[in-house]
Design a protein around this ligand. Structure first.
Ligand code: PMT
Length: 223
């Protein structure tokens, strides 16, 4: 008999990149394919959860059984996540959210001119930080995409964002991070436990992450 560890739980997963518009034909974005987040969504459904997948623009189709909420910008993603946050038991923030957006979005296509130009950028909302401030009994899982000082930055994120677990991937390592079918991650859990995983498919990584989330949920119930 299969055990459904997330039965009765609502899980919000964010996935993919965001797009921050410069004008009607241009935007600022990143290389996230959505594969890691969609793998987590699929595994969460398998484990019996109600899954709300808040996804930036990707070319994947949503796993069967998820509620797909399509978004474009960091602001859209922020609004969508907040809308469901109170009903959630778990939030997994796999999305690669833009930290900055153009201060002005031009209504018409910007014409080229002689010489250099500048685009002024302003900060977007830090969704993970906001959730950390607002959380009541939700389990909050963030990601950290780093190119150096992985452990130091991941531990800082765990504290500063009031998260329960940070999944850190070194995006400079071959086979890890953006776009690939595989990933290499280290899990930094609240109270200091650290779990380093070898190179695995993103589906296998998702299984491991959901296992750890299940065990954290169990801890919460017994404390
Ligand atoms: O989509 P794939 O191609 O499969 O690639 C997977 C991945 C590399 C995108 C994924 O594994 C990953 O690392 N996701 C997080 C990428 C990221 O933006 O990391 P960060 O260190 O910049 O952000 C840290 C955390 O804060 C993340 O959980 C992020 O969702 C969150 N954040 C960031 C900025 C912001 N404005 N709001 C946020 O909530």
């Amino acid at each position: 008999l299969e055990n459904k560890n997330l039965k009765g739980k609502t899980v919000i997963i964010t996935a993919g990149p965001t797009r921050e518009k410069i004008d009607p034909v241009r935007f600022i974005s990143n290389h996230s394919s959505g594969k890691m987040g969609y793998a987590l969504a699929e595994e969460s459904v398998k484990q019996g959860a109600r899954v709300i997948l808040v996804s930036g623009p990707v070319s994947l189709s949503a796993p069967q059984g998820v509620e797909l909420v399509k978004v474009e910008s960091a602001e859209d993603m922020y609004q969508a996540v907040l809308k469901y946050f109170e009903t959630a038991d778990v939030v997994i923030k796999t999305a690669a959210v833009a930290d900055y957006r153009p201060k002005v979005t031009f209504e018409h296509k910007v014409k080229k001119q002689a010489g250099d130009t500048n685009i002024e950028l302003e900060r977007t909302n830090d969704i993970l930080f906001e959730l950390g401030q607002r959380k009541t009994n939700q389990l909050l899982v963030g990601f950290a995409a780093e190119t150096d000082h992985l452990e130091e930055y991941a531990k800082k994120k765990l504290l500063n964002k009031n998260a329960d677990m940070i999944v850190a991937n070194n995006v400079k390592t071959e086979g890890a991070g953006f776009g690939t079918d595989t990933n290499i991650v280290t899990l930094f859990k609240r109270f200091g436990e650290v779990i380093s995983l070898p190179l695995m498919s993103k589906n296998e990584v998702a299984v491991k992450i959901i296992e750890e989330i299940t065990s954290l949920l169990r801890d919460m119930k017994t404390h």
